[in-house]
Design a binder for this molecule. Structure first.
Ligand code: ADP
Length: 382
């Protein structure tokens, strides 16, 4: 019997999530999370966090030592232009991920630590990197380029990469399944609305545009990130406001978006506050939804023909109000939502469009760990 289990490690700046999946069906055998890395009461650093994860994976025969483990799949945030596919990690690949740290200074170092610890614990196993940027690497050059001096852009690797690619890949494929079509037959707009948020335009299974850029700051309004703004805002805050580059980085990434607009980055609380007539919460909601609508319009034009719009991640899966407001009065684009279906709460992939809607509207729970496990397993199964 060949080993059929895949351990998926997803390490963020302050947490490590893990799942053990039984392939090829993806049944979950174990899962967990170590949080508050570097904070009071949490492990001191990522090294310590990964050792805690390895310790948790010792019960019930699901240990990291298990001979049934086929591979470890690592989420890696930035693959630059080099990594466009899941990749078995060797010293050269690890060095290349290290070289990409300036493009993802918070994320890639955490991913690298996870890879190193897993390699130490199981040097015999294939370790596979699955990149958040990879699904977007098919964007045409005119969508990936910023209209700035080409030489400067090339010297500093300034271009649009896009993120959340694993989710966009999974969800765009899943919605094709929901429509009983092959992914190659459908054009899809994916709205991944979590704490981070991004949209993508997917033509026949291939990503042709996405809203995040050089970093995850561009695009939609997010929990704490501004999304799109005039880049001159940065010069203005530096020159007139006397703020440093680091101050502005923190402002735009950590203190903006919904949080900046109303002091709350959780859409649930914003909903409760709106119900009580809170003006700031209402404005934050309206700014958020207005941006989503703009991207729907833009990607409708990019794709020409849209077969499906799909909502995913925390807000997309759970907020009927955001979905309804994002698509209200878009009958002229062939988009009609069934209000009853939209309001139903469910954990499964489902259609929420009205019977006569030309564009299907769907809610699909994302599953980045399953996607990583599938991509990892497809590389290592014999
Ligand atoms: P992350 O980007 O951290 O993975 P998630 O995809 O889990 O985030 O999304 C988290 C966000 O989802 C929360 O900040 C919250 O705003 C939103 N959310 C979760 N549940 C609900 C709900 N029932 N209604 C509205 N928003 C929700």
């Amino acid at each position: 019997m060949n080993p059929t289990r895949v351990l998926v490690l997803n390490s963020g700046s302050s947490s490590v999530k893990y799942q053990l999946l039984h392939m090829p069906h993806g049944d979950r055998l174990a899962s967990g999370m170590v949080e508050r890395i570097g904070e009071d009461g949490g492990p001191a650093d990522h090294d310590a966090a990964f050792k805690l994860v390895a310790g948790e994976l010792t019960d019930d025969g699901v240990g990291i030592d298990s001979p049934e483990l086929a591979a470890v799949g690592h989420r890696v945030v930035h693959g630059g232009t080099r990594f466009t596919e899941p990749t078995v990690i060797d010293d050269g690949v690890l060095a290349a991920i290290q070289e990409l740290v300036p493009l993802a200074p918070l994320h890639n170092p955490a991913n690298i630590t996870g890879i190193k610890v897993a390699r130490e614990l199981r040097p015999d196993l294939p370790q596979v990197a699955v990149f958040d940027t990879a699904f977007h690497s098919t964007m045409p050059e005119y969508a990936a380029r910023y209209a700035i001096d080409r030489q400067t852009a090339d010297t500093y690797h300034v271009r649009r990469y896009g993120f959340h690619g694993t989710s966009h890949a999974y969800v765009s494929r899943a919605v094709a399944g929901l429509l009983a079509k092959d992914p190659s037959e459908v054009n899809v707009i994916v709205l991944h609305l979590g704490n981070g948020a991004s949209a993508s335009a997917v033509r026949g299974g291939v990503c042709v545009d996405t809203s995040m850029g050089l970093t995850p700051l561009e695009g939609l309004v997010m929990g704490t990130r501004s999304g799109d703004l005039d880049p001159a805002v940065v010069f203005h805050l530096a020159r007139v406001g006397g703020m440093s580059v680091d101050d502005i980085d923190t402002l735009l990434n950590k203190k903006s978006g919904l949080l900046g607009l109303c002091g709350d980055n959780d859409m649930r609380n914003i909903g409760h506050r709106m119900a009580e007539g809170d003006e700031a919460a209402r404005l934050a909601f309206d700014v958020y939804v207005h941006r989503v609508r703009k991207y729907i319009g833009a990607y409708t034009a990019v794709l020409g023909r849209v077969d499906a719009i799909v909502f995913t991640a925390g807000v997309g899966e759970n907020s009927a109000a955001v979905r309804e407001a994002s698509l209200r009065d878009l009958g002229s684009l062939g988009i009609e939502v069934d209000t009853v279906r939209n309001a139903l709460r469910a954990k499964t992939a489902r259609l929420i469009s009205a019977a006569g809607s030309r564009v299907a509207v769907a809610v699909v729970p994302t599953d980045e760990e399953l996607e990583i496990a599938q991509q990892t397993y497809s590389l290592v199964e014999q």
